[in-house]
Design a protein around this ligand. Structure first.
Ligand code: DX5
Ligand code: ZN
Length: 232
């Protein structure tokens, strides 16, 4: 929340045949974290990468690995992902058991913390931000999705900025200050819209990996977002 802007490029838009080179290139270009999108073909329609590649990535870099789990039953799968030593693990609120969300949230956070990682929770664009009110203080990071999860290269949903504002307002009310991450359609034009309201971790797939210069793309997002933050 209003911390130093952190850019986390999503490897979903990278060249998977040269993943190690791609990771090196974004880090040399100034990326702060590496965003790793896991999709199971069930919670979201797409299927992406899982545990074996994450394990290899961990060996390839010491940069913070930011794992975004778009999978059903995250509690079942968590031990596998945690064994890969990620730095951040984010689960989706919508995947928690109906009526057992608070209990499962606590279990998830405890498991992630016991493994030495930080815990995030994510909301799809149509999930009311108020669902987080009862567990807000538990999480190290709140991820406000600015597209429907499933694919890279989608357009930013304009209502997302208002959703960031509402999450930040609840955090201030509850006196907690998790990182606020936004993911989906983020580029130098859209980043300032959410950073103005407190988003400090910006995920960008296409805006970085499809750019001619990773460095220029990352710098543009960072400087536009930092300026927007400073004006508010
Ligand atoms: C979407 C993924 C995002 C996505 C971002 O479901 O969680 O991380 O890859 O890609 P862009 O920035 O291209 O929308
Ligand atoms: Zn993501």
């Amino acid at each position: 929340m209003f911390g130093k802007i952190c850019i986390s490029p999503s490897i979903l838009s990278a060249d998977f045949l040269h993943l190690e080179d791609e990771i090196r290139a974004i880090l040399e270009a100034g990326a702060d974290w590496v965003h790793y999108d896991v999709m199971d073909g069930h919670f979201v329609p797409n299927i992406t990468v899982g545990i074996p590649i994450l394990k290899q990535l961990r060996r390839a870099t010491t940069a913070p690995l930011d794992v975004h789990l778009m999978i059903s039953n995250p509690l079942e799968q968590l031990p596998w992902f945690l064994s890969c030593e990620p730095d951040y693990v984010t689960v989706h609120w919508e995947t928690l058991g109906e009526g057992r969300q608070e209990e499962e949230a606590q279990q998830i956070v405890d498991l992630i913390h016991a493994a030495g990682a930080k815990a995030g929770v994510s909301l799809k664009p149509d999930t009311p931000t108020g669902v987080l009110d009862s567990t807000l203080g538990l999480w190290d990071m709140i991820l406000v999705m600015s597209v429907f999860p499933g694919f890279s290269g989608q357009s930013y949903i304009p209502e997302s900025a208002e959703r960031v504002r509402s999450v930040v307002a609840s955090c201030i009310e509850q006196q907690c200050s998790p990182l606020i991450q936004v993911d989906g359609g983020i580029d130098a034009q859209t980043a300032p819209l959410v950073s103005a309201f407190g988003a400090d971790v910006l995920v960008a797939g296409n805006a970085v990996f499809k750019a001619d210069s990773y460095k220029d793309a990352i710098e543009a997002i960072r400087s536009c977002a930092t300026q927007a933050q400073a004006q508010n």
